[in-house]
Design a protein. Structure first.
Ligand code: ADP
Ligand code: MG
Length: 263
């Protein structure tokens, strides 16, 4: 007598319940061991599927976001950056501002953790189900300028208009090329009140007229950006230099105690 073929794995495949299918025997054994009711067993199977899909969604979202590296809020040393309020950053990590389509500006000198926080907050946004794209400002402006010269600007604006959160890193690090301010203005207008922008910059908002090379366009951009916005200004020393100072590679600054002299 041939053993009856179990139709269940095939049905689970047809229903695209892959995690349930792959873990079926183990989960059913587990349910039997724990004397679970039929309803509880079904919940256990569904939970395996839901968890698997959630993990896959997050993994895909992280890939699409194109983060330059992995940085997390847990890995951020708040003690090293006393000008930051940890509660404010944790509050921002709940991503209500992303849900509302607000702008977040992270401002401060080089090395204070702007990109670190931008990536960490972007990852939280992905985890919470938002689509995210991270772009370095220079790359973004080069792409927009090239698209403009090839009469494909509209396509690019649609592309950058899609993610729920667009992170533009290091705006103002290099001065804008002529025309770039207009292109950036079009991008900001496109996203205005539709999706969130997170911008990191080493220049204060007051300097943006100089950065953009056009005070009129800079004012129009800021008008939109600051309308529904959160501004976090980080003051203090570069984290990288701080690490070097600690290890004695370079001299401490006058306002930071020399670790070598501390008891
Ligand atoms: P910025 O974008 O402001 O120039 P980064 O975010 O690139 O600075 O930070 C430089 C490096 O120092 C990164 O590797 C970052 O992870 C690290 N870093 C900066 N600040 C902190 C901090 N407070 N805690 C932990 N790592 C930090
Ligand atoms: Mg940076």
């Amino acid at each position: 007598m041939s053993a009856a073929i179990d139709p269940l794995p095939d049905m689970l495949t047809r229903l695209s319940l892959k995690a349930m299918r792959d873990r079926l025997d183990g989960l059913l054994d587990d349910a039997a061991r724990r004397n679970l009711s039929l309803r509880e067993t079904l919940a256990l199977l569904c939970e395996a599927e839901v968890t698997h899909r959630e993990q896959r969604r997050i993994q895909m979202g992280m890939g699409l976001a194109k983060f330059p590296f992995v940085r997390t809020l847990d890995g951020f040393e708040f003690d090293a950056q006393p000008s930051l309020d940890p509660r404010q950053i944790r509050d921002l990590a709940a991503c209500r501002w992303v849900a509302n389509g607000d702008t977040l500006l992270l401002l401060g000198p080089p090395g204070v953790g702007k990109t670190h926080l931008a990536v960490a907050l972007g990852r939280e946004a992905v985890r919470l189900g938002h689509s995210v794209l991270f772009v370095p400002a220079t790359g973004l402006l080069t792409t927009l300028a090239r698209a403009h010269s090839e009469a494909r600007l509209e396509d690019r604006l649609v592309f950058y208009g899609k993610p729920r959160l667009l992170i533009v890193d290091e705006l103002g690090y290099l001065p804008f090329e002529p025309d770039a301010a207009h292109l950036f203005f079009q991008l900001v207008s496109r996203r205005y009140e539709r999706g969130s922008l997170l911008i990191t910059s080493n220049r204060s908002v007051g300097d943006w007229g100089t950065v953009f090379g056009d005070p009129v366009v800079a004012t129009a951009i800021l008008d939109r950006l600051l309308h529904h916005s959160h501004v976090v200004t980080i003051r203090g020393d570069s984290y990288r230099l701080r690490e070097k100072r600690r290890s004695g590679l370079i001299k401490p600054t006058s306002h930071e105690p020399d670790p070598a002299k501390q008891v």
